[in-house]
Design a protein. Structure first.
Length: 335
């Protein structure tokens, strides 16, 4: 079968079409025909050699597919079921140690940019009903990260105020989950067109960051000086300071990523202490988080936002598009 592998040396221009096998499943395993993938910024960093990866590994962590064979002892799935991959196959539930997360697909182990795989049944969950394979593929990383940040860790409640940054996959899922929970959402972007689309998706208030660099103060103004209960922080050191300003006393700040880079000169410890802020790092989530998220998606009728779909053999081009960051929602691949 075809499989898209990291080149040597690593680089978007050296990604190549290779081959791989999907043998008959052993006890506890299933074989899955991959129908679609979704991309994350992490995939760009892996393909460029910035994040470590197994040499020549198959790219991408996110996939949706159809079960084509089931090994002995598997009761959760049957042939014909539609399934979604999990980002941390060894993290089933509860607490996990860092070393148990090292073999995430598409970097620490072979991923899903291929036509079929044979993996442990626990490497998948069932897919939401009524969503397409492309839509389901978006859930593995971005969806679970947003769910973990807001629901598992944040325990978002009706009436809470949630701040999201930008229009990437995690931010848009966080917006949808927050609205489903009855929260008020304040969204930021540097594009007037994207701000309009955020409103269409359900954002209650929007802020143009390009027109107001000190946008944290505007969040306070919009909340009568109180601030927000949750900040979904995806920008990193270059935006987190404004998130601290925007935060309510005792607020929960989910540190998801650093799209603006990792360099930072100072950490405003005085603000963190004075506001009693709760900073929580998020590294996707567990299989249990994914199962519960899928139930939530089905109950609320949430539809993932897909920006653009590429064919499998154009994965390099898809990753360049992801790297440019100009889209609205998830970049996907159809197999």
């Amino acid at each position: 079968m075809r499989a898209m592998r990291i080149g040597s040396p690593a680089g978007l221009e050296t990604i190549r079409v290779g081959t791989a096998e999907a043998p008959a499943p052993k006890p506890g395993e299933i074989r899955v025909a991959i129908r679609a993938n979704a991309l994350n910024f992490r995939d760009v960093l892996v393909a460029r050699g910035i994040l470590p990866a197994v040499p020549g590994c198959i790219l991408l962590s996110d996939a949706c597919g159809e079960v084509t064979d089931v090994g002995a002892g598997v009761r959760e799935f049957a042939v014909g079921d539609t399934v979604v991959s999990t980002f941390h196959p060894a993290w089933l539930d509860g607490h996990t140690e860092r070393h148990e997360l090292a073999a995430a697909p598409g970097g620490g182990a072979d991923g899903y940019a291929c036509e079929a795989v044979t993996r442990a049944a626990t490497s998948f969950t069932r897919a939401p009903r009524a969503l397409s394979p492309v839509q389901c593929a978006t859930l593995t990383c971005a969806g679970v990260t947003a769910w973990r940040a807001l629901v598992t860790d944040g325990r978002v409640k009706p009436g809470a105020r949630v701040l999201i940054e930008g229009t990437g996959g995690v931010s848009l899922f966080a917006l949808q989950f927050a609205k489903a929970a009855g929260a008020t959402v304040i969204a930021t972007s540097t594009s007037a067109d994207k701000l309009a689309r955020l409103r269409e998706l359900g954002a209650d208030l929007v802020i143009d960051r390009s027109a107001m660099p000190q946008w944290g103060a505007q969040v306070l103004e919009l909340t009568d000086g109180v601030g927000v209960d949750h900040v979904i922080e995806v920008g990193g050191p270059h935006t987190i300071g404004q998130g601290f300003v925007a935060a309510r006393t005792g607020a929960h700040i989910a540190i998801v990523g650093a799209l603006g880079g990792f360099d930072i000169d100072t950490m405003p410890f005085a603000v963190v202490q004075a506001k009693r802020l709760r900073l929580q790092g998020v590294t996707v989530g567990s299989r249990r988080d994914q199962i519960e998220m899928i139930r939530g998606i089905e109950a609320s009728g949430i539809i993932p936002v897909v920006d653009r779909v590429f064919p499998l053999e154009q994965l390099g081009e898809a990753l360049r598009y992801q790297q440019d960051g100009g889209g609205f929602g998830k970049v996907c691949v159809e197999v």
